[in-house]
Design a protein around this ligand. Structure first.
Ligand code: SAM
Ligand code: SF4
Ligand code: SF4
Length: 436
């Protein structure tokens, strides 16, 4: 068994009371109180390393759809494009898509040092865990140099701790908002455990016992653990110092007290009941009272965040790794050699990480009759190509070109007369350049 470098830390002394970010010479530096062996393991992690937030990038892969508890501050159904908030994602990815996205991002961002799974639900909940491990295993194979992270509510952590450690997951974040069941009962609607749904203090007790068991198990395996706590004024503010002491005593190398976000439009229980988040001053006071290694620069990132902290490039990589469909007009079956208006069928190819694959041949009435476009035929053709991002043709007239563009399908003549595989590769390369 690997000795746990964190176990030697023990609870940080109150006198140390250093702020992990700033206050004592920058997060993770010698002055932060991290022992050198821990410092070495966080140096290139943008969330923890000294100045690493400006030098290294991370990606969150949104592959975990389900959750096994319901927090009063979480609603994963509400997504507003461009909004940065935990649990938010534009789209859930399959493990295959997620691995492909990680590869695509790594190719574009050589500073990518961390690949994490942080939702949109809980990565270890029964409905998510298979996706989580398939993704972690795929990423490990595809990008052996990156560090793997997982963020969980901890309910199922003890069951999966060994598998996470065996896989080489280096960092695990567990959200612990309360140890006192009476406090916890005010934060969670329910906890689902082994086929039963628990509520009230019993649910909160079950959750916190499982969280501590999971953290202890990871500590024996040398996995670096951080604890998140959502600060809910009037509910757990006075209790968080006790939480902080307990989890840092278990060897967690940092505590991250995060402000509650509870805008009514998010549709959460707290948002609807008017529970407010903390002021800056309240947050700072609770972090001071907690002491030890407090994180102060967490950006509360989306479940599909990409890039440097504070410079999210999620929009740029929104489609990276997704399978894309492209239609081709071909007469001889080998080259892009047909006019859009003369085609009676289009071949549809799917482009994914593994290459191009013919997925369908779609028949259409041909649009061009003796030089005149037939306006009745065009809508049916657009419908036949609705799932395609582009159509590669030898030539296309102005009117159908505009209709295709309006339908979000790119008409492209740039690959005219190329063999189909070369044409698809050329279109994909041009698109990647555009996105960059
Ligand atoms: C979306 S969760 C995903 C991982 C896992 N399900 C969990 O809760 O730890 C990531 C983090 O965002 C936090 N979070 C979610 N909604 C929040 C909110 N409204 N305000 C503040 N933090 C929030 C969670 O507590 C957790 O620490
Ligand atoms: S555990 Fe995480 S995903 Fe589940 S309800 Fe709470 S914040 Fe949302
Ligand atoms: S949510 Fe916080 S800890 Fe997670 S990647 Fe963003 S900054 Fe880092």
């Amino acid at each position: 068994m690997t000795p746990n470098p964190l176990a030697v830390l023990g609870p940080p002394s109150p006198a140390q009371n250093c702020r992990y970010d700033g206050g004592c010479g920058g997060h993770g530096e010698a002055g932060s109180g991290l022992p050198p062996e821990v410092h070495a393991r966080v140096a290139d992690h943008p969330c923890y390393g000294p100045g690493a937030d400006h030098r290294f990038a991370r990606i969150h892969l949104p592959v975990a759809p389900a959750c096994n508890i319901q927090c009063h501050y979480c609603n994963r159904k509400y997504d507003c494009a461009g909004e940065s908030r935990p649990g938010v994602t534009s789209r859930r990815l399959t493990p295959e898509e997620a691995v492909a996205r990680a590869r695509a991002v790594a190719a574009e961002l050589p500073k990518l040092s961390v690949v994490g799974i942080a939702g949109p639900g809980d990565p270890l909940a029964p409905g998510s865990v298979a996706h989580t491990f398939a993704t972690l295993e795929g990423v490990k194979r595809a990008l052996p140099g990156v560090r793997l992270c997982v963020s969980t509510n901890g309910l199922a952590l003890a069951d999966h701790a060994d598998r996470l450690a065996d896989l080489g997951v280096e960092h695990v974040t567990v959200t612990v908002n309360a140890l006192d069941p009476e406090v916890g009962a005010r934060l969670y609607a329910w906890v689902a455990w082994r086929g039963r749904r628990y509520t009230g203090p019993g649910a909160a007790r079950l959750l916190s016992e499982r969280q501590l068991e999971g953290l202890a198990r990871l500590a024996t395996r040398g996995v670096l653990c951080k604890v998140n706590s959502v600060l809910v004024p009037g509910v757990n503010d006075a209790h968080l110092p006790a939480v902080s002491r307990a989890v840092q005593g278990l060897g967690c190398f940092a505590h991250n007290v995060m402000p509650l976000l509870s805008a009514p439009e998010h549709g959460t229980h707290f948002g609807l009941t008017g529970q407010r988040g903390p002021t800056e001053a309240e947050l700072a006071a609770v972090r001071r009272a907690c002491g030890g290694r407090q994180m102060t620069h967490c950006r509360q990132c989306r479940a599909d965040a990409v890039g440097m902290l504070g410079d999210d490039q999620n929009a740029r990589f929104a489609h990276a790794g997704e399978a894309v469909r492209v239609a081709v007009a071909t007469r001889d079956g080998a080259r892009v050699d047909q006019h859009f208006g003369h085609a009676t069928a289009f071949r549809v190819y799917e482009l994914a990480a593994g290459g191009a694959r013919l997925v369908a041949e779609r028949e259409v009435s041909h649009y061009c009759r003796g030089g005149e476009g037939d306006e009745d035929v065009l809508p049916a053709t657009l419908r036949a190509l609705a799932d395609c991002r582009a159509v590669l043709v030898a030539k296309v007239g102005r009117c159908p070109r505009e209709a295709l563009q309006a339908a979000g399908i790119e008409p492209s003549e740039a690959q005219a007369f190329l063999p189909i595989p070369a044409a698809l590769a050329a279109w994909e390369a041009a698109r990647a350049k555009e996105v960059a």
